[in-house]
Design a protein around this ligand. Structure first.
Ligand code: ADP
Ligand code: MG
Length: 690
């Protein structure tokens, strides 16, 4: 592992500033760099003789610099233009760069160079701002003359520095052990792992690159399926407490709610209660669009459990959400359930502050029926008297980790708790069947009465005025506005730049005088929480953010969701964002700003949102309208469990599923395949402790 474990900061040519930026992307070792794949490629493999070059082509030419000089631009005195003449045996042509005066020091006359870019013919045939690379005797081309990788960047990182590190990383490939069983490799004609990793970074051809992508997608799907199927089988061997249906208590609780349950909610409550009335551990997913009332369902189930002395623990992804849940639950069922809140900074019972010791003791003694909290609940000190049910909100891992951690938290030995996962990310039915086929699901496909649809509009570039006017009008009336910015990955993995840009253009332009706040990936959790709280408390009129607001807070006073560059997001995700508004009694708007001319396909996708408020329908449309050729591995794809996989990969997933089943049927412990077994354990760690 000597090579793979090498620190990126030790690579020659990576200074401390760049090393810090690599670290910011989560990359500290060459191994991490090896597995951080490009998010797209640029095909510069068309290497031509200069005599063959024509205007409009994207080419690479290779030759000798015969002259090079800097001059001031005739249009702007401040602009430095570098002009070079390059010649190969067939002819010569010009290359021009702007603002890169240092090039005269790198590309001196006589140097053999490889240049790649688009050919322009406005002032004679020329390459404008081409990628360049001095061709040495030993080194192979990294930036020109081939399909080049394009990586996520941040701060001072450039594609060149990323490729430099990638080149070092692939040197370590011999240390990577193949773990895929031979027969699967043969059956699917998979590339060897090492070759695939090399190809991902520096592909030989489009064809071999696609094979590499296939191999690595299959890897992650297979591991995922194995883990899933294995934990499912392990689970079936375990016992959970049988919790009986206390009809009287549940009916009484329902009648006390300030609203009537929807039919879908009733059905879900009933299915869950029935599941828990058996000794097989429940593993159910409760899916429902934002606002469909999942929390109420969970609460009623907790009432049933409490009726026979069983406790419920509900895990939320953030402190704010945990607090929000606790408040809602207190309001709905505070007189029936003893509700507590446990986060890193707050401990309450029935809304009253208590000390950590008091709360821990109450949980241990069974004086709390339902505790809502964050991951802080998973620490060792938290023990329950009789934990019967774990509810996990908005986590895609289906609580493997949570259940593991909470398993041994109860005093008596009635087995493991039942598990209910809740999510608002609608998984298309066809996909769910393949990916999570054996998971029980309940759908809340019905909205509580009286909810108003959110008027949705597409805003073309240059036509923002009307939307801005409406936003000002709402803010003048005391309402609040969300603005969400896309990640423009090449330069801005954390969204700092895109949020900053919108913030400054808004605060100096159309929204001068309003109270604007911003939120992006570089802020610490604490800072993010602070901003969110202040916004929720009405201290700002507008929140400009990345998608961190997606799984977020209930700000009833917010009436506008304005999405910049909406064409860059998946439909499911846009729908999630839209769900951040329209939660109160005020009419709400969602504006989908298109940052570029939309292709007919992109337009069709956005129109689906204008025409539908149904998350499941939209998820299906997303699946249908998204080609396999789409950008992969971005958080914006809305399929976060996988680095490379997307909604379009149903076929690969289904193959992986078959092989996983076959492997586990042969032997649950994979003893025949020690390398696979090892890889799987590592994967389980990655998934559990991400
Ligand atoms: P979700 O978690 O599914 O997004 P919540 O459970 O937070 O939705 O419910 C959203 C809001 O709707 C809450 O204020 C809740 O009290 C309310 N609510 C839930 N069920 C109903 C219902 N059947 N009728 C009216 N309001 C409801
Ligand atoms: Mg919720």
């Amino acid at each position: 592992m000597a090579c793979l474990s090498q620190e990126i900061s030790m690579v020659r040519g990576v200074g401390s500033v760049k090393a810090r930026d690599f670290a910011r992307l989560g990359l500290q070792t060459l191994e991490q760099a090896l597995y951080d794949f490009p998010f797209r490629y640029d095909d510069l493999s068309n290497v031509l003789q200069i005599a063959e070059v024509q205007a409009g082509m994207k080419v690479t030419v290779q030759g000798r610099i015969s002259a090079i000089e800097n001059r001031k631009s005739s249009q702007s005195r401040r602009m430095m233009v570098t002009e070079a003449i390059v010649e190969d045996g067939s002819g010569s042509m010009k290359a021009t760069w702007f603002h890169q005066g240092f090039l005269t020091k790198v590309l001196k006359p006589g140097v053999i160079v490889s240049l790649a870019g688009k050919v322009d013919d406005r002032y004679g045939l020329a390459l404008v701002n081409p990628a360049y690379e001095v061709i040495g005797k030993s080194s192979t081309a990294k930036h020109t003359g081939r399909i080049v990788p394009i990586y996520r960047l941040t701060g001072a990182l450039t594609q060149k520095s990323r490729r430099l590190v990638a080149e070092k990383a692939i040197v370590c490939v011999p240390e990577v052990a193949e773990w895929m069983p031979e027969y699967i490799k043969t059956d699917l004609r998979l590339q060897p792992l090492g070759a695939a990793l090399r190809e991902m970074h520096f592909p030989e051809s489009a064809e071999t690159k696609d094979k590499a992508i296939y191999r690595l997608k299959f890897d992650e799907f297979l591991l995922h399926q194995l883990l899933h199927a294995k934990s499912r089988r392990d689970l079936q061997k375990q016992k959970a407490p049988k919790i009986k249906f206390d009809e009287k208590e549940v009916k009484a609780a329902i009648s006390e709610l300030p609203f009537t349950l929807t039919g879908a909610q009733k059905k879900a409550v009933w299915a869950i209660i029935k599941d828990m009335d058996r000794t097989e551990p429940m593993n159910r997913l409760l899916e429902g669009d934002v606002g469909s009332g999942k929390t109420a369902v969970a609460a009623l189930v907790a009432v049933n459990a409490a009726a026979s002395g069983w406790q419920t623990s509900m895990l939320a992804p953030t402190e704010i959400l945990a607090e929000q849940h606790a408040k809602t639950l207190e309001r709905l069922l505070g007189n029936r359930l003893r509700i507590a809140l446990y986060t890193r900074t707050k401990r309450r019972i029935h809304g009253k502050e208590v000390t950590k010791e008091q709360l821990l003791e109450a949980l241990r003694n069974g004086d709390v029926d339902l505790v809502v909290g964050t991951h802080a609940l998973l620490t060792e000190q938290v023990l329950f008297m009789r934990l019967g049910l774990i509810v996990v909100d908005e986590q895609h891992r289906f609580g493997v980790k949570q259940r593991q951690a909470l398993k041994d938290k109860q005093g008596d030995k009635d087995g493991i708790p039942h598990l209910l996962s809740m999510t608002a990310t609608p998984i298309p039915r066809s996909l769910a069947l393949v990916v999570y086929g054996d998971l029980d699901r309940s759908l809340l496909d019905e909205y509580p009465a009286g909810r108003q649809p959110i008027a949705t509009h597409i805003v073309d570039v240059g036509r923002e005025g009307e939307a801005y006017a409406k936003m000002r009008q709402d803010m003048d009336n005391g309402r609040q506005v969300f603005v969400v910015c896309p990640l423009i990955e090449e330069s801005d993995a954390l969204g700092v730049q895109s949020v900053n840009e919108v913030f400054s253009s808004f605060s100096e332009g159309p929204f001068a005088g309003y109270r604007l706040a911003m939120l992006h990936g570089k802020l610490k959790t604490k800072e993010k929480d602070g901003v969110m709280r202040a916004f929720a408390a009405g201290e700002f009129d507008m929140l400009i953010a990345t998608t961190v607001v997606e799984v977020g807070i209930d700000v009833q006073n917010a009436t506008v969701m304005y999405v910049e560059g909406a064409e860059r997001f998946g439909l499911a995700q846009l729908h999630q964002l839209r769900g951040r508004v329209g939660r109160g009694e005020h009419g709400s708007q969602c504006y989908l700003h298109a940052s570029a001319m939309l292709s007919p396909m992109a337009k069709e996708r956005l129109m689906a949102l204008v025409n539908s408020q149904d998350g499941f329908e939209l998820a299906e449309a997303d699946l249908r309208l998204r080609g396999p050729g789409d950008v992969f591995g971005t958080r914006q794809s809305g399929f976060e469990e996988f680095k490379l996989g997307t909604y379009a990969d149903i076929d690969v997933i289904s193959k992986a599923k078959d092989f996983a089943k076959e492997l586990l049927d042969q032997d649950m412990d994979l003893k025949q395949y020690p390398k696979l077994r090892e890889r799987m354990m590592a994967y389980a760690q990655e998934v559990h402790f991400e």
